[in-house]
Design a protein around this ligand. Structure first.
Ligand SMILES: Nc1nc2c(ncn2[C@@H]2O[C@H](COP(=O)(O)OP(=O)(O)OP(=O)(O)O)[C@@H](O)[C@H]2O)c(=O)[nH]1
Ligand SMILES: [Mg+2]
Length: 663
């Protein structure tokens, strides 16, 4: 038979729409389907195949009707056929092909398994293990994939090596996998001394030796997040059941096998959460209601803080202007005419009693560090005051001089411009507001989001891959990054550095004032040399490029001792229009330093991408670049060399101009 033709009329070609028999795979054209398949009492099967088992490879298609069938049948008929296909006896997984704890199932056992409250998802013929006490369920030799109903009488006894664990920690007599051990540690379970734990279906656990019942494993949101990141299940019906969204983001655990993982990490304030939020906005992953609420309060709190700074500024301006007036008055009095001039007590910076009272109250609250405690009640009570205050000419005059207020951060203008709207109870932060607000949610340490890149016209690949961006704060990684193991299956590490860190300082764990670029370098070194990350791909994200543009004009890179070897050479072509700017050259140099460091530590090549976290296209570019790096490795496709920095340090240094870099 010619390939692609209808099995009944032998007409058509492979592009023609056809319906296939779920038993023998014969395909029929629109005109022949009903003649070949009849009334379909067992779903889509040739009449001669009725009563036969389906082909296992087609199990995933059961109940998923085609467009052709939709056109051919009425809604009611379609429903009947699809139901029959999914539910009729002969189409079910044959019990003798399902092994649980090494024993095949009987018909009754399979029935029990399929009809319990939380049955295994996508049950196929194969070898599984099942822990009766906790309900853990998984494929033989693998970590658990699901927690199903416990206490079912199916299969044999669980074996200690069922999941092929080698951790010397046992749960209900099964030696657990590495991932489960990390999960237990994140839940605060003591795992030292080869413990045997008894875990019940709701997650309460006790040590075999010490029968005292402990708290539940999955009580903490953090544990659930860890489970999501490690593709481990959580009990069904718990707050964030596996398979449903954790933090509104993680999708089906089973689908995570084919996911590519990006681990985003960087020193404090390097911009990782901004990049994380930007990715969510870029790839259309909505912020959960929880996140929005937390961010809303955060923005409102910050707004009150900014207003406090404005009010302090107003007082200062008022004092200054009064002083100024007095001075003028003294001059006038002692002037040649000797006339006295009426002094007007009010200056443009003075306010009425109500605004003054509110101002006093707010400054008091800020001074006593009590802002957190008055929220969210403050929004209901004080929103009308904010409106009144904002309209006040003295406040507006102060706002016009905001550049003189050193304490007011740059981002404040973005929020203060809409102070009245933001202070209201019904304020809903926009995606932009969320991006500009500092922070993601209260558990600011580990967050992850599933996404896929929207197909662009330049993409020649037809496959759509899923990605997971995991943002982790260095604090979460613990001393010497000991928790990095948890991210073993990361495909690429995105290490974020704030380009502006070279002249900034922070106090480290031992109370020592450290240059932030050096602290960032140290973190980079510990991650790069961590045994888990041997031979991993690394993409260095050089963030805050926009701020570097301004800073580099004021402070030379050599401020940081790591950059003291900067040997600028005057470029012969420095006056052409293609000549890079000072900031470009500086970020280039920083990239080079990290590349050299990386090469000396790993013998591998570091990829680099400059980014402005607050601008979506640069973040998109960096994440797509990360994808390319992974793809190149996986598919060995011709690599699109979009690398932004040359690897040749000799050539690059001639871009550095002596005067420009203040050396
Ligand atoms: N101008 C500018 N500001 C940025 C950029 N990236 C981040 N920021 C700001 O820098 C600050 C710190 O950024 P975050 O994203 O919170 O940094 P982080 O890595 O999450 O650091 P932690 O807050 O310590 O967790 C925030 O106020 C951001 O708005 C950027 O490219 N340009
Ligand atoms: Mg932050």
């Amino acid at each position: 038979m010619k390939k692609g033709v209808c099995y009944r009329c032998f007409k058509g070609n492979r592009f023609m729409e056809k319906e296939a028999c779920i038993v023998c795979g014969a395909k029929y054209c629109y005109d022949c389907v009903l003649r070949a398949m009849g009334s379909m009492p067992e779903g889509r099967k040739c009449v001669t195949c009725i009563g036969f088992r389906i082909r296992e490879a087609r199990r995933g298609m059961l109940g998923k009707c085609s467009r052709l069938l939709k056109r051919l049948l009425t809604d009611l008929e379609l429903k009947r056929v699809m139901n029959a296909e999914m539910l009729c006896e002969v189409n079910q997984v044959p019990p003798e092909l399902v092994f649980v704890n090494g024993e095949t199932l009987s018909k009754d056992e399979l029935f029990q398994l399929r009809n319990c409250k939380y049955p295994p998802k996508k049950l196929r013929p194969g070898y599984y293990w099942y822990d009766k006490y906790s309900g853990f369920w998984g494929k033989e030799g693998q970590k658990p994939s699901q927690i199903i109903t416990s206490q079912l009488n199916v299969g044999g006894h669980i074996k200690t090596n069922a999941s092929n664990g080698n951790t010397k920690v046992w749960i209900n007599s099964r030696e657990i996998t590495k991932e489960e051990l990390w999960m237990l540690k994140s839940a605060g379970v003591h795992c030292e001394g080869k413990p045997h734990l008894w875990v019940s279906e709701d997650g309460t656990y006790e040590e075999e030796a010490n029968k005292k019942e402990k708290s539940k494993i999955w009580d903490k949101t953090r544990t659930k997040l860890v489970c999501a990141v490690l593709s481990l299940p959580v009990p069904p019906g718990s707050e964030n059941p596996s398979g449903k969204d954790v933090n509104g983001e993680i999708r089906d655990n089973l689908a995570q096998k084919s996911i590519h993982k990006f681990l985003l990490v960087g020193y404090d304030k390097s911009g990782t959460s901004t990049i994380y939020k930007q990715a969510k906005i870029l790839y259309g992953i909505p912020f959960s209601e929880d996140e929005r609420q937390t961010i809303k309060l955060l923005i409102q709190r910050k707004l009150f803080g900014y207003l406090g700074i404005l009010l302090e500024g107003r007082e200062q301006f008022e004092e200054e202007s009064l002083l100024e007036k007095r001075k003028r008055c003294v001059i006038n009095k002692s002037g040649p005419s000797g006339d006295t001039i009426q002094i007007d007590d009010t200056t443009i910076y003075s306010v009425g009693a109500r605004v003054r009272a509110f101002s006093d109250w707010l400054l008091q609250v800020l001074l006593s560090d009590n802002l957190e405690t008055i929220f969210p009640a403050a929004t209901c009570e004080y929103a009308p005051f904010i409106e009144e205050m904002w309209k006040d000419t003295a406040i507006q005059a102060t706002y016009n001089r905001r550049n003189e207020l050193q304490m007011l951060p740059r981002v404040a203008t973005y929020f203060l411009d809409r102070a009245v709207e933001i202070s209201r109870t019904d304020y809903e932060p926009s995606d932009m507001d969320i991006l500009y607000a500092d922070g993601i949610n209260s558990s600011n340490s580990l967050t992850c989001v599933d996404f896929s890149f929207p197909k662009s016209t330049q993409d020649d690949s037809l496959r759509i891959f899923r990605y997971q961006l995991i943002r982790v704060h260095p604090r979460t990684l613990g001393e010497h990054c000991k928790w990095l193991d948890m991210f073993e299956d990361t495909d690429i590490v995105l290490f974020c550095v704030a380009l502006t860190d070279y002249d900034e300082y922070s106090v480290d764990r031992n109370g020592v004032l450290t240059n932030k670029m050096l602290a960032s370098k140290e973190l980079f070194e510990s991650i790069v040399t961590h045994p888990t990350f041997e031979n991993k791909n690394f993409l260095l994200i050089l963030n805050k490029f926009d701020l570097l543009v301004e800073k580099i004009k004021q402070v030379p890179l050599t401020h940081c001792e790591w950059f003291r070897d900067l040997k600028p050479v005057v470029s012969p072509n420095c006056h052409t229009s293609t000549y890079p700017s000072l900031a470009q050259r500086a970020s280039h140099y920083i990239g080079m330093k990290f590349k050299e460091l990386f090469h000396s530590l790993t013998d591998n090549k570091l990829f680099v991408s400059p980014v402005i976290g607050l601008e979506n296209d640069t973040v998109d570019e960096a994440l797509r670049y990360a994808r390319e790096i992974i793809m190149r490795e996986e598919e060995e496709e011709p690599y699109l060399n979009r690398e932004l920095f040359s690897t040749d340090s000799e050539a690059s240094s001639c871009f550095l101009l002596e005067n420009d870099l203040h050396v």
